[in-house]
Ligand binder design. Structure first.
Ligand SMILES: C[S@@+](CC[C@H](N)C(=O)[O-])C[C@H]1O[C@@H](n2cnc3c(N)ncnc32)[C@H](O)[C@@H]1O
Length: 249
């Protein structure tokens, strides 16, 4: 019998399980915290809101979100962390056992295992360019977001930051490299409203003795941080139907 080839999601699972086993799930906090905190401030989170952290990795950002939506006058907020790598999910659960308002789910952005019209806000940090079919992920996000829900997709790898392109060849899984304008167009095509792209520079200092394998030089790394990450923001319209042309998977 010929061996069954892994699906694109299974390849991502294998690769990111390897990252998790090497401890990258936790160390990514150091690399992404500055730009994530700036994004979270823009999310204007309120106690009682329901939030999805898509591609949550080891869950450090999920925990930041959970603190902000926890119990308050408007009720008990809940955060769902979803990741395709089960080893990331396992580690996120261990690190979050003191949180009553977090649920980690193993699954793919291509088929989000959740009900329709649920999430008030969605955050995704450094994950969206890995999704094999970004259009399908957007249709899924549209489905699970509440009417007027807000989407915040933060990515460090995109065409307009030339320094980010240095690490494409070093990755062991395929990625999308689109421009900011292409992403805005894509989100609009998926019926999202108020689509906006913003640059989020990382202003953490890079010490002179910092070791980097991802960039050709420390100067390139510093330039990459100065240009910043791309934050894509959008709203779901005030409706409960699936997006036009949505396919049930
Ligand atoms: C670079 S890591 C970022 C993790 C986390 N957001 C952080 O900033 O630390 C990318 C994450 O996206 C997840 N991921 C990749 N493809 C995915 C997919 N199709 N569905 C869900 N998660 C995915 C990976 O497993 C990995 O945990």
């Amino acid at each position: 019998m010929p061996e069954k080839l892994p699906t694109p999601d299974e390849k991502l699972q294998l690769e990111f399980n390897r990252w998790a086993e090497q401890g990258h799930g936790e160390t990514m906090e150091r690399h992404h915290l500055n730009i994530t905190e700036k994004t979270i401030r823009l999310m204007d989170l309120r106690p009682g809101e329901r939030v999805l952290d898509l591609g949550c990795g080891a869950g450090w950002a999920t925990r930041l979100l959970a603190r902000l939506v926890a119990e308050g006058p408007e009720g008990f907020g809940q955060v769902v962390g979803l990741d395709v790598a089960d080893e990331m999910i396992r580690r996120a659960r261990v690190a979050s056992k003191d949180f009553e308002n977090i649920l980690y789910v193993w699954g793919s952005a291509q088929q989000i295992p959740w009900e329709e019209n649920f999430f008030d806000k969605v955050l995704s940090v450094e994950s969206f360019y890995y999704y094999p079919d970004q259009e399908r992920a957007l249709a899924e996000l549209f489905r699970v977001m509440a009417p007027r829900g807000r989407l915040f997709i933060l990515i460090n790898l995109y065409q307009d930051n030339p320094y980010s392109l240095q690490w494409v060849d070093k990755l062991k899984v395929p990625v999308h490299v689109r421009s900011s304008a292409e992403y805005v167009e894509l989100f609009k095509r998926h019926a999202f409203e108020n689509v906006e792209a913003r640059l989020i520079p990382d202003d953490t200092p890079t010490p002179d003795d910092y070791q980097t394998q991802s960039f050709n030089s420390l100067e390139d790394l510093r330039a990459f941080k100065r240009v910043g990450a791309l934050l894509l923001m959008a709203s779901k319209p005030d409706l409960r139907n699936p997006a036009p042309g949505y396919t049930i998977y």
